[in-house]
Design a protein around this ligand. Structure first.
Ligand SMILES: [Mg+2]
Length: 307
């Protein structure tokens, strides 16, 4: 099984934290210590911010299940005249499918108010179109919104050598064998690697799944190729969110709400936004909050059990 600098696949939130710490030199720099205010929920912050950015998994939903009262909070913020966007590293599916999922869950997002890292990566890809890209995606994942030429990376070694660059969107069916094919091909001939989902892992029913960011860190260690990442905590997705919101105001009037220190909180604060860390469920549930903050040096502005 692939490792990130010697660490095996994590099975607890504390091990997830440790895995992110091992790739810390690939992430934006933390802004340093600041006051961390505990809150019961987001209600007291309604007037303090104009633009609210929400992570999805662990904040609004767990898998196919909406988190109770999450949609009510979104509605209350909208009713108060706030701009509310969802900012997600979900890169396996095209934007319309993601919009449909969150409509089904009652969150009320549209193509204008939902921002995905797939969208951020596609903007870059369209600007560099023409090269034949090899795509890591779920075996049944739709690719019809991607620029051509491209082909899916499966178990044929020739497909890896035929690519002029690589796009990592989703790793549901990725295997150590496919990773070895990718690394071997990159060692022989280094080419660009674009990462649509920089998450290392995602919490599933009873374990953590390894996500494209995990495999990207592994290939960087194995080949020396430095991937370019488009999701949180990197700037591209946040810049896209500001553009879609039409927001040109003070970054300190923007609040990012998420359950992962190294993606949601770190990335938002690097943009000059404030950040609220949700710890009641999702990626950080059960963590010792202050131990995690001190260990990582990532200080959220607020910590709360749910939104
Ligand atoms: Mg999350």
């Amino acid at each position: 099984m692939a490792t990130v600098d010697g660490g095996g696949p994590p099975t607890t939130p504390a091990q997830v934290l440790a895995a992110y710490e091992r790739v810390r030199d690939q992430l934006p720099r933390a802004v340093g210590e600041r006051p961390l205010r505990p809150l019961p929920d987001l209600a007291p912050l309604t007037d303090a911010y104009d633009l609210f950015l929400f992570d999805a998994f662990g904040v609004l939903n767990l898998g196919e299940r909406a988190i109770p009262d999450a949609s009510a909070r979104l509605q209350a913020l909208r009713a108060a005249g706030k701009t509310v966007l969802m900012v997600s590293n979900a890169a396996s599916v095209p934007l319309p499918r993601l919009v449909a999922k969150y409509q089904r869950l009652g969150m009320g997002f549209t193509a204008e108010t939902l921002v995905s890292s797939r969208e951020a990566l596609l903007a870059h890809w369209h600007a560099h179109a023409g090269a034949r890209m090899g795509v890591m995606a779920p075996d049944d994942g739709p690719l019809d919104d991607l620029p051509t030429p491209h082909h899916r990376l499966l178990d044929d070694p020739a497909a890896y050598d035929a690519a002029e660059g690589f796009v990592l969107l989703g790793s549901d069916h990725w295997t150590p064998h496919r990773q070895a094919l990718l690394c071997d091909s990159l060692r022989r001939h280094p080419r660009p690697v674009w990462v649509g989902n920089p998450d290392l892992v995602a919490p599933r029913e009873d374990a953590f799944s390894l996500e494209p960011g995990w495999w990207a860190a592994d290939l960087q260690r194995a080949t020396g190729v430095v991937p370019k990442a488009f999701g949180k905590p990197h700037a591209a997705i946040f810049q896209l969110a500001l553009a879609k919101a039409g927001y040109r105001g003070d970054p300190r009037r923007v609040l990012m709400v998420g359950d992962t220190l190294h993606t949601d909180v770190l990335g938002a604060q690097a943009m000059g936004f404030d950040a609220a860390w949700v710890v009641g469920q999702g990626a950080s549930a059960g963590l010792d909050v202050m131990a995690a903050v001190r260990r990582t040096g990532i200080w959220p502005d607020y910590v709360l059990p749910h939104i």
